[in-house]
Design a protein around this ligand. Sequence first.
Ligand code: PLP
Length: 370
Amino acid sequence: MDRQIVDHRGPEFAACTLEILPAMRALVKSKDAHIVLYPSSGTGAWEAAISNVLSPGDRVIVAETGMFSNQWADLTRRFGITVDLIPGDWRHGADPDEIAKRLREDREKKIAAVMLAHNETATGVTSRVRDVRAAIDSAGHPALLMVDTVSSLASIDYRHDEWRVDVMVCGSQKGLMLPPGLGINVVSRKALEASKRARLPRSYFDWTPIIEANAQGFYPYTPPTSMFFGLRESLRILHEEGLENTFARHARLAEATRRAVVGWGLEILARDPREYSNTVTAVLVPENVDADGVRLKILERFDVSLGVGLGRVKGKIFRIGHLGSINEVMLAGVLCAVQMGLRLSGIDLGDGIGPALEYLAEPERAPALA
Ligand code: PLP
């Protein structure tokens, strides 16, 4: 990324775009979905997803999994869309049975979309998108499936075509190992058709002019060229490692993190092991402890920044991120810092990180991928 800025209407930039688009398609496991990249954060990509396929008065289902699912729901309401929130306890993923039930009850097929976060970053819970797809199919409902992969893409397996996701939403700053600054939509043929009928106002985020200009590698406006060169490199790194190897590495590091949490005698916020996140682990602290105090100690003493508890879980949890450009030694350093910070906070440490380090020292074998 640290290179001379090039002419975004010249051949070097076009070549970069034309390398990125198929590499992104391979990353999301799609043969022909449209990849749309925006100079935005993930929130812009949320808005793009909504404004391209919905119309005023539409109704959607959002599965509540934590703060991010709820923020997407709020954004959607601001567009005049009615949101049926399926309430969640912030310790579980989207419930496929409840989604199927709601869709079956919708006899007139008024629900335009089912929306969920593949990985709820606020809670460390990964929803089973495949099962949600099966639920939609079992109800025989035509709703679009919209999935936020901000904290799963390039770290946890995601199958756009197989799961028949219609609009995927992502950002550059997590598994893609880039700075913040790129928003991403992945658009199915069905979603593109829906966008032709959709009546919410849209301009900057309109898919059509971008897809048209992208065919030659260009943009309808000035694209963030440095981010594109960064993304090209990220995709090269990911494909060089091999996606399945990348997912296995994340699964291994996540499992080691969970063993450390158990070793500390603490509780993982996610309750269902099928939904444990391989990118972020949320850890409940004992009731008499302020999680933010622990986080601050670890930041000040060891220069390690843990994720804050967001919304309803503020002060009750801290989050260990283990995604992107990370290996065993980096994770072990983080776990050591957390252990020392917990000790400084007077928390009884049990076996500590011993079992986690033993696990990391075993010959490489990943827990079965979901
Ligand atoms: N969705 C999820 C799951 C997120 O974790 C985030 C941010 O962390 C967002 C959406 C919003 O993205 P951004 O902060 O890049 O706008």
